[in-house]
Design a protein around this ligand. Structure first.
Ligand code: HEM
Ligand code: HEM
Length: 175
């Protein structure tokens, strides 16, 4: 079944690429670091717009759940009884919001550091650095979550993010 639309997949792999490039250009020339950094900001913004305007499985309303349902899902994971989700599961959904927010904050602090007023101000540089490490930690958790869910659902979620298709539901299942 087609689940992930082409723009969603394009944004995903471009985000992964440009966050990585931003990370590896943190020292040395500032020019490319800022170009790659702004690319991540543009992509994150596009993803937010797509979350309100895109097709079904791209929409935040399809996968973002409140604390009660998210905790219930987490509890089910611990009991190994969690339902399969054709779209993002509730824990993955909060990870997506966290990743997008972290990217926006890293970029905003990076931009702040380039302004005349805050250039060379130590706490701004430290903030940018610290936020970048928060983002790195979230990406690591994201990859662990993808690996874990792929294993639990016996489905290659990375491949699904490449070709866009997932196994259709065999029994009634959540979203
Ligand atoms: C800096 C690196 C990365 C960032 C910022 C990132 C961010 C995201 C975001 C925002 C989504 C939500 C997709 C959407 O609905 O638009 C997502 C989903 C996903 N990402 Fe990443 N990602 C990164 C790296 C990776 C890598 C390296 C892989 C694979 C090895 C990967 C595999 C996936 C998969 C499989 C999903 C879908 C999860 C599901 O089925 O619910 N990501 N990622
Ligand atoms: C995902 C995006 C980004 C990541 C992961 C990232 C990460 C980092 C890291 C880890 C550093 C090293 C901090 C230190 O030296 O203590 C750094 C430095 C810096 N970043 Fe970013 N950054 C990103 C985006 C941006 C953006 C959008 C801008 C500005 C427009 C920016 C401007 C800077 C500047 C000016 C420095 C100092 C460079 C230097 O001292 O030569 N960054 N960044």
């Amino acid at each position: 079944m087609r689940v992930w639309d082409p723009l969603l997949r394009f944004i995903h792999w471009s985000l992964a690429l440009f966050v990585t490039l931003s990370w590896f250009t943190q020292t040395g020339g500032r020019f490319w670091h800022e170009v790659f950094g702004y690319a991540t900001l543009a992509l994150a913004a596009l993803r937010v717009v797509w979350g309100f305007t895109g097709p079904r499985y791209a929409r935040f309303t399809q996968f973002v759940r409140g604390p009660r349902q998210t905790l219930a899902y987490a509890g089910a994971v611990l009991r190994r009884t969690e339902p399969r989700h054709l779209g993002h599961n509730p824990l993955g959904a909060w990870m997506i919001l966290a990743l997008l927010a972290a990217i926006a904050l890293v970029d905003a602090s990076g931009w702040l550091y380039t302004t005349d007023r805050y250039w060379g101000v130590e706490w701004v540089e430290d903030l940018h650095d610290a936020l970048a490490y928060v983002l790195l930690a979230l990406v690591a958790l994201h990859l662990a979550g993808v690996a874990f869910t792929s294993w639990r659902q016996r489905e290659n979620l990375v491949a699904a993010m490449i070709h866009g298709r997932k196994r259709p539901p065999s029994a009634p299942e959540a979203g």
